[in-house]
Design a protein around this ligand. Structure first.
Ligand code: SAM
Length: 217
């Protein structure tokens, strides 16, 4: 999905200070203070226009959500929707995540969502995939012992790559489907913008949920 350039993007973003977290690293280990409660915290990396995370925030008001998205014009749409709804359990970070340990303390997260992550099909770009080993080490540290990663993609090669990476990190496969919308898992599924588009095109959606094993320090 191509995103048009937004005029006065910075100015428009600056109107959403309640939801857009400036210098997010300062909240490392302190996200509960920001939300002003001790509820579980979940993160999405690459949230796009926020359909998934905002629906989760609405469905599960007793959870906190932090969504990362690198593109300003895209996250702006998520911020506008959050402000309209007036949620108090979701915030956004306009950054391309590199190492989740920059933002989160050990065991600070209860779950991580990776939805339709950019596939980076060329082998020489494999390290940029959000399910590459170099990211997984960070996820294992910032997730609680029983924390989970949920991953969805239309891209079969990326899915197989992710499964291999999860396995090689000792993660436990809890749920898997190579056609999510034709299984009973569909009942609890919350869709994303990309997912809705792919579903309309008749594409099968891959899904898995893995439980992280603690990283060996
Ligand atoms: C293919 S889109 C999917 C968007 C949304 N998750 C969905 O399913 O509709 C992937 C998004 O991830 C963002 N992205 C890619 N790498 C990222 C990173 N390292 N940190 C944060 N966002 C990232 C891109 O800017 C893009 O908006």
């Amino acid at each position: 999905m191509r995103q048009r350039k937004v005029k006065n993007e910075e100015e428009k973003l600056s109107k959403h200070n309640q939801y857009l977290i400036n210098k997010p690293q300062r909240y490392k280990g302190k996200w509960h203070q920001l939300f002003n409660n001790n509820n579980s915290i979940y993160a999405e990396f690459g949230c796009g226009k926020g359909q998934f995370i905002l629906t989760m925030a609405e469905l599960y008001p007793n959870n906190n959500y932090i969504a990362f998205e690198g593109r300003g014009s895209v996250i702006l749409r998520a911020l506008e929707k959050a402000a309209q709804k007036g949620f108090n359990n979701v915030v956004f970070v306009k950054e391309y995540i590199n190492d989740s340990r920059e933002y989160f303390e050990e065991s600070e997260l209860s779950g991580i969502y990776l939805n339709f992550s950019d596939p980076w099909p060329k082998l020489r770009h494999a390290k940029r995939r959000l399910t590459h080993s170099r990211y997984l080490k960070g996820y294992q540290t910032v997730l609680k012992k029983d924390g989970c990663i949920e991953f969805k993609t239309d891209n079969d090669d990326l899915f197989e790559f992710a499964l291999d990476e999860f396995k090689s990190h000792g993660m436990k496969l809890l749920e898997i489907s190579r056609d999510l919308h034709n299984t009973e898992l569909e009942a609890k599924n919350v869709t994303t913008e990309y997912e809705d588009k792919f579903r309309t095109e008749g594409k099968k959606i891959n899904y898995c949920k893995v439980q992280t094993a603690p990283v060996q320090l």
